[in-house]
Design a protein around this ligand. Structure first.
Ligand SMILES: [Zn+2]
Length: 373
């Protein structure tokens, strides 16, 4: 026989109540405890759901006012002796109705909460974007400067104005688009044979010699440049930081003011190195780069063919020149290269523009750059 744990409210007990066991027997409801035993005959029994939020099932003797037994175990309502008792059918109906009402209102509250949270995440990206716009570019530039100066110790920067100018001339139609949007891009070459390029917050773009060495054309290099520029112009660094702050801080910054975010920026110089571009940011940057290249009349197919080079390097697996030297790198671990190629190829199908022919000096540029110690 099923035993339910229950509480008896009785004026003769010290404290007015005690806990014990409840059993449903043919003669009625039986409550047992060390202190007291109490029975309610089915004929005098009334059952109802009650307590805060109808959490409990009460058993009461209709002939007394101040005595009742209650349990939180609702399965008691399914007890065969109770369901089959002719005296209780009305009570049972009412109790179940009350419990259903409770269930429905809980479900409604729960759905509202779930909808609110889902809604919040749907608009989160939009909120982050609009907040990022309010963050002055100068803040980013400051962080970029800090980061750059800590890098200077370990990076072998190449100082060669004539090679840099050759690069800037080819990329001029891209650089001018950045200037028009209010971003100042500074270009640096680093002697490092890993195939890599990355952008620092605020606009410094660092290109490894390994990237130039493995590229076959200006178009490929310009594709990568466009991608890094897009990380800057799309404010990916700031958006990444705000994203990491969580929805609560975002909401309070929106209803308050952005100065609350300032602290995060001041402290982030070091932590930024661990901040990586999300999959979504990479796709966004690829897409923006594609458009910048088209506007610049530079054939954007270079971006695809450079990704093919990366993919082959990754697949060869023997030569580990392709590594993650920096989390903000072009070669993010995600999304996978094939996925990025596939997305760009969808755009390639729609290409019908004419592009400028880029200078034929790419191999000479490469050779001269790689010669520098
Ligand atoms: Zn990237």
């Amino acid at each position: 026989m099923q035993v339910y744990s229950a509480i008896l409210i009785h004026p003769n007990i010290s404290g007015g109540r005690c806990s014990g066991n409840l059993q449903i027997k043919p003669e009625g409801v039986i409550f047992n405890s060390e202190e007291i035993n109490y029975n309610i005959n089915f004929k005098n029994l009334s059952i109802y759901a009650g307590g805060a939020g109808n959490r409990f099932i009460f058993f009461k003797d209709k002939t007394t006012e101040d005595i009742s037994v209650y349990t939180s175990d609702k399965s008691v309502l399914k007890d065969q002796l109770i369901t089959s008792s002719p005296y209780l059918s009305q009570d049972l109906k009412q109790s179940k109705k009350n419990l259903n009402k409770l269930l429905i209102s809980s479900l409604v509250v729960l759905s509202v909460i779930v909808l609110f949270i889902v809604g919040l995440f749907l608009v989160k990206d939009t909120l982050v974007k609009s907040l990022a716009k309010q963050v002055p570019v100068e803040w980013e530039q400051n962080v970029g400067e800090k980061l750059f100066s800590t890098m200077s110790a370990e990076y072998n920067f190449i100082k060669n104005d004539s090679l840099k100018n050759e690069f800037l001339t080819v990329g001029a139609p891209l650089f001018s688009q950045m200037e028009n949007q209010g971003f100042k891009i500074d270009l640096y070459f680093v002697k490092d044979q890993t195939i890599n390029a990355f952008a620092l917050p605020g606009g410094k773009i660092i290109v490894h010699t390994g990237l130039i060495e493995n590229a076959k054309s200006w178009e490929e290099v310009m594709g990568v440049l466009g991608h890094e520029m897009a990380h800057v112009s799309l404010r990916h660094h700031v958006r990444g930081i705000i994203n990491n702050l969580g929805i609560y801080v975002i909401l309070s910054a929106i209803v308050g003011d952005v100065s609350a975010l300032a602290g995060s920026f001041i402290n982030m110089g070091g932590s930024l190195a661990t901040l990586s571009n999300s999959r979504a940011f990479e796709h966004e940057a690829d897409e923006a780069a594609w458009n910048y290249l088209i506007t610049a009349k530079i054939n954007p197919n270079g971006l695809i063919s450079f990704f093919e080079i990366l993919k082959n390097e990754n697949e060869s697996g023997i030569d580990s020149t392709v590594t993650e030297t920096f989390d903000l790198s072009f070669l993010s671990t995600h999304p996978d290269t094939q996925n990025r190629i596939d997305k760009l190829k969808q755009k390639q199908e729609k290409l019908n523009q004419k592009f400028n022919t880029l200078p034929e000096n790419f191999n000479a540029f490469k050779e001269a750059l790689l010669k520098i110690d």
